[in-house]
Design a protein around this ligand. Structure first.
Ligand SMILES: Nc1nc2c(ncn2[C@@H]2O[C@H](COP(=O)(O)OP(=O)(O)OP(=O)(O)O)[C@@H](O)[C@H]2O)c(=O)[nH]1
Ligand SMILES: [Mg+2]
Length: 1129
């Protein structure tokens, strides 16, 4: 045993064929870090006695305390398999859903993954997610079924039962990969069909009736013990095996070929002892399957002897028969698990089983698939073959993974992590050489002599002072005061040091091609960098060390130091060849979270990481002492850089907002801010819960379930009118009983009529899930409008066409006839889940789907249309503003269709304003870069809306001049019209919902339902997990009610149930916040005030209060005059 030397690892780094880059993925608590411990122990980095208890890769204090991993960390290990030596770059990832972005950063750098599944819990939500992530990144998984000891000791299954259980579990896992595979095959088939259609058009097509599923090769895809990609293990007890090991053992013992055993050890086979043959059909004949007889029975009897019965004699026998050595202190230990671990870790060491599987079954960096390379290189909608030629040539560099002198360096940074500057290898104290030691000794001696001399002098002078009759200031020997002085200066320098002690950022990266050298200069390619542009602007053969002209999204930096990642430690290196995972220092200034580095400007930026988590929990943060604001700002900037998922933004109100994926993540971010990045006391606001505003169809029955007549409608109109009359726009505004709102611009030259219609739920969901696609669609449309052509991949076009067809099929019926063709825009930010519809008679404009029918939709615009077209953008901008912040509590809208039914502009006063159209309108980029400027946009439009009051005072003034540019007026008018149209319908809030899957035993079920009920949660389904006494409950719960939920559940169920909350969807909350009783029955039932609890109103008012908006609440609801009865007599 002993540390693998650094030299050895450096040597192994040069042989990519024997490198494996892999990560460990699983649901939370399935034993990833414990397994990693076993692997780390095999290299002698930690003692094997501590393996499984230390959790070496959980290096943060809070990780150890909470017992969950929060960040992914890497370690390089060495192993020998067969005659070869391998280098494993292993990354342990967190399983908690809040940190799933850390999984994305890990998966990107790997070629393979160990997927760990708890034998009892089976496939859990995060297991599915990580399998999907591995699939999306095209990395190959192998399976470890962990915690098999729980089947023996906790569930007390017999070996036969355990076998059935494991079979089912394997089926479940394979079902997940199977469904991923099928959907991919079907997708490919659709693509092929498209090609065929084109071939058909050219006439050379032979009909093919297969659906592609039969011919697709899926044999490598599934997990199966006989394929060698499954290991059964108990990481805690230190054992694990693949059936290969048992096949080898028994082939010697029984004289059966190992290959035969390998095929039959897992499956419906049994041993016919008489005939000494392996036969099929164990189940039908009621025989023990081979796996039970030869494998599980041995393990079961070992557990029985060591743990259950603690039978010393039998243990002795087993120990001798297995030929393992047990130390006396282990066999005498009071905890039988110690003895068990001692036996098992020699008999079936888990590290050996897992490492052999990894070396054999996972691909090396040389095996990187061409498909994966193309996927990494083609960003967004771009096609790989539309990239410049030099860029396409880089594909070879990837595939060869060559470390030649001339190969371009390509590095991908997937995250930045903070390291205490003092912990960096160059700052670490190294052992002193003999020479230095003697130098120091000499120095110390000198110092001591000086001090002694000074002391002497001081005592003498003191004596002199005493002689002259002055009272000594301190009646202590003067020597002490010198000591004090010294300690003071020490203290000061310590403080200085603390000031200096900073965090240094190290990039977590992988080299895909070339050799990375310390001090090398490289290009940093931002996510929007376009190699075509770069190649055009840069001189040929230009390198990053030359002075570079300004190319957008391209910068240069020096890789100041490079490190080998060794879990808690870093080792400094001089160079790292292709195919390895490494840490790079010195990128702090030019890389925020992730980046692509290259020596060649032809390299495209890699596709962005696939993040599964949506950051949803927002809090506002402030320092306890306001003067420490600059420290907080700096700290938040660092935090933003150090966390792949956290977002930090400054609202224009000055609030510093932190957005995180969940409560646990939030807690970690706050701890980091306090202790590492800002180092000040901070206070965080209550979480800011996001809502969406929407409208619903007018109800058919009233609140007491009576059929509604006209009465209700009258009430709504009444309400709208009332509000409108408060507004200064009232005489420009007209609301008709059907909810159509007509509004004039202040100069009365233009009129818009808008109606708000609720979108069907499915449509909203579709728009929500296709937001990326709609954003692409918008980009394509923009470039078309500007006359540029964008090379869009066939797949993207197909997806857009697919979206259109889906929308068409969902928007059926008279009301929605031809709607899809007439979609004007999506909003907010041009890709949100609301639709602007062009129902203006006779107004023709290019369709949003124009990219599907390139060129052939020339619109025959009449004179009126042409005039309107000039202001088209203003209407869109008004719609964008209206959907960005609704009238209920200024939250974004969702699922609303605004249909513009009339829009006209009178020509006078228009021509002089023509030129202001461009200036006044809000460009799509403004929306794309929204976030911080959001409110300022709104206020700009509101500023224009305030125009009319001001203008009415001077009606005689020139319309064009005093009301400002027509486009601005139109934006404001459109926005107001939308808001009023929205209010003319029954309004609702939509709350963000979490889903959670909770596993609990029957005893705690009742208490758990209690907690769920109290928090407005809803149980979707409940089922018993087969073979266990656990129930799996799936529930939804509003985010607003979720804070402290996990803790409460854990407390109420004594830690037996621990839910994981995952953002799932938006849901309309029950009631109308503006509802007042209108029918007689309702009066009877609710009373005049109808002041029973209205959850929506509570949410709405809370948001309004937070935003400083007017809240219509009475402090005293039922004020009654106090009377002193006595006086009245
Ligand atoms: N019975 C049993 N318990 C195990 C085994 N392996 C791990 N555990 C326990 O399971 C718990 C979680 O183990 P970890 O290794 O921290 O799990 P993890 O997958 O790294 O968890 P996260 O990183 O938080 O997702 C610990 O209490 C371990 O002791 C095993 O083989 N058998
Ligand atoms: Mg862990």
């Amino acid at each position: 045993m002993g540390h693998t030397s650094l030299q050895k690892i450096i040597a192994l780094q040069r042989n990519p064929a024997n490198i494996r880059n892999l990560c460990i993925l699983a649901h939370v608590d399935h034993g990833k870090t414990t397994l990693a411990d076993c692997l780390v122990a095999s290299n002698g980095i930690i003692s094997s006695r501590l393996a499984g208890k230390l959790r070496y890769l959980d290096s943060r204090e809070d990780e150890q305390i909470r017992g969950i991993t929060m960040k992914s960390s890497a370690i390089s290990l060495h192993c020998t398999h067969g005659a070869q030596e391998y280098l494993l770059n292993l990354i342990d990832s967190p399983g908690h859903v809040d940190f799933s972005s850390e999984v994305s950063t890990a998966v990107r750098l790997c070629d393979g993954a160990i997927v760990v599944v708890d034998a009892v819990e089976g496939v859990c939500p995060q297991t599915q997610v990580v399998l999907r992530q591995a699939w999306l990144e095209n990395i190959r998984p192998v399976l470890v079924i962990n915690k098999i000891d729980r089947l023996i000791l906790e569930l007390k299954l017999s070996a036969q039962e355990a076998y059935t259980h494991l079979q089912k579990l394997l089926e479940q896992v394979n079902a997940v990969t199977g469904s991923l595979f099928t959907s991919k095959v079907l997708e490919d088939r659709a693509e092929k069909e498209e090609e065929k259609e084109r071939d058909m058009a050219s006439g050379d097509y032979v009909y093919d009736c297969s659906d592609g599923l039969e011919e697709a090769d899926d044999s490598l895809l599934y997990f199966s013990p006989d394929q060698g990609n499954v290991v059964f293990a108990s990481a805690m007890d230190g054992w694990g095996f693949s059936i290969q090991q048992f096949a080898n053992i028994y082939s010697q013992k029984m004289g059966i070929k190992a290959a035969v055993l390998l095929k039959t050890l897992w499956g419906d086979f049994y041993l016919n002892a008489k005939a000494k043959k392996i036969m099929k059909g164990a189940q039908a004949k009621g025989k023990k399957p081979l796996f039970v007889q030869l494998v599980l029975d041995n393990i079961w009897s070992l557990y029985d002897a060591v743990v259950t019965r603690r039978d010393a004699e039998k243990v002795e026998k087993v120990v001798t028969s297995l030929g393992v050595k047990v130390m006396a202190r282990d066999s005498r230990h009071s905890d039988p698990k110690v003895l068990l671990a001692a036996i098992c870790s020699q008999w079936l060491p888990v590290s050996q089983a897992v490492l052999s599987m990894v070396c054999e079954k996972l691909p090396s960096p040389l095996d990187i698939a061409a498909e994966r390379v193309e996927k990494l290189m083609s960003v967004g909608a771009r096609r790989f073959d539309s990239l410049p030629k030099q860029t396409q040539e880089l594909k070879r560099a990837f595939l060869e993974c060559s470390s030649g002198e001339n190969s371009p360096v390509i590095v991908f940074v997937s995250k930045m992590f903070a390291v205490d500057t003092k912990a960096l290898p160059q700052n670490r104290q190294r052992p002193l050489t003999q020479e230095e030691l003697s130098q120091r000794r000499e120095l110390a001696r000198q110092r001591h002599a000086d001090r002694m001399a000074a002391d002497q002098a001081a005592t003498e002078s003191n004596k002199d002072l005493n002689h002259t009759g002055r009272v000594p200031q301190e009646d202590r020997p003067a020597g002490l005061s010198t000591a004090k002085m010294e300690s003071l200066t020490l203290k000061e320098s310590k403080q200085e040091e603390e000031e200096e002690q900073k965090e240094t950022f190290v990039a977590f990266a992988r080299v895909y091609s070339g050799v990375v050298k310390k001090g090398q200069r490289v290009f940093v390619l931002g996510p929007k960098y376009d190699p075509t542009q770069g190649l055009r602007m840069l001189p040929e053969g230009c390198s990053a060390s030359d002075a570079v002209c300004e190319v957008p999204h391209l910068s240069c930096c020096t890789m100041e130091s490079i490190y080998l990642l060794m879990g808690r430690e870093l080792e400094e290196l001089e160079e790292v060849p292709a195919g390895n995972i490494l840490g790079v220092g010195g990128l702090q200034e030019c890389v925020l979270k992730s980046a692509t580095l290259s020596t060649s400007p032809a390299c495209p930026p890699f596709t962005p990481l696939n993040f599964e988590a949506t950051p949803i929990v927002r809090v506002a943060i402030e320092p306890i002492h306001p003067s420490e604001m600059p420290k907080l700002v700096r700290g938040m900037r660092l935090l933003n850089q150090a966390d792949p998922c956290a977002e930090v933004l400054i609202q224009e109100t000055g609030e510093h907002v932190l957005v995180t994926a969940g409560e646990v993540h939030l807690q970690r971010c706050l701890d980091d801010l306090r202790e590492r990045f800002a180092k000040i006391e901070i206070s965080a606001s209550k979480p800011i819960i996001p809502f969406r505003e929407t409208v619903v169809r007018p109800p058919k029955v009233d609140m007491v379930n009576e059929e509604l007549g006209k009465q209700h409608k009258v009430a709504i109109i009444h309400q709208v009118k009332e509000e409108a009359s408060q507004s200064r726009l009232s005489d420009n505004l007209h609301v008709d009983p059907s909810g159509l709102v007509t509004l004039d611009t202040p100069n009365r030259l233009s009129t818009v009529s808008v109606r708000a219609i609720p979108l069907p739920h499915e449509v909203t969901c579709l728009l929500e899930s296709s937001s990326e696609l709609i954003r692409t669609l918008e980009q394509v449309n923009m470039s078309l409008r500007e006359g540029k052509s964008l090379d869009v991949s066939l797949r993207t076009l197909e997806a857009i066409a697919g979206l259109k067809t889906q929308l068409e099929s969902l928007l059926q019926g008279r009301k929605w006839r031809n709607t899809v063709e007439h979609i004007w825009a999506f909003g907010p930010r041009r890709y949100g889940p609301n639709i602007l519809l062009n129902s203006v008679e006779g107004y023709q404009r290019p369709s949003v789907w124009q990219c599907l029918s390139r060129g052939d939709n020339v619109i025959d615009a009449g004179a009126q249309s042409a005039q309107l077209r000039d202001f088209d953008n203003s209407i869109i901008s008004g719609f964008q503003l209206a959907t960005l912040a609704g009238p209920m509590c200024e939250e974004p809208l969702m699922g609303v269709c605004f249909s513009v039914e009339r829009w006209d502009i009178q020509s006078s006063g228009q021509s002089q304003n023509q030129d202001s159209v461009e200036k006044g309108s809000i460009s799509p980029e403004d929306f794309a870069h929204h976030k911080v400027e959001r409110r300022s946009d709104t206020s700009q439009a509101e500023g224009t809306a305030a125009g009319p009051g001001h203008a009415r005072r001077r009606p005689e003034a020139n319309a064009g001049d005093c009301y400002g540019p027509v486009s601005g007026q139109l934006i404001a008018a459109m926005k107001e019209a939308c808001r009023h149209a929205f209010q003319a319908q029954p309004q609702r809030l939509m709350a963000a919902m979490y889903t959670c899957e909770i596993m609990a035993t029957a005893e705690v079920l009742g208490r758990m339902y209690g907690v769920l009920g109290k928090r407005e949660g809803r149980v979707l389904h409940e089922e018993m997990k087969e073979g266990t006494d656990m129930f799996i409950i799936k529930a939804v719960l509003p985010v607003a009610e979720s804070f402290g939920f996990a803790d409460e559940i854990r407390k109420r169920t004594s830690g037996l149930a621990s839910p994981q909350l995952v953002f799932s969807h938006w849901e309309v909350t029950g009631s109308d916040p503006y509802w007042v009783p209108t029918t007689e029955e309702e009066y009877l039932h609710f009373g005049e005030k109808a002041d029973s609890a209205n959850q929506t109103l509570k949410y709405m008012n809370a948001v309004r209060r937070r935003k400083g908006l007017y809240v219509d609440e009475k402090i005293v609801e039922h004020g009654e005059k106090q009377r002193t009865l006595g006086k009245n007599k």
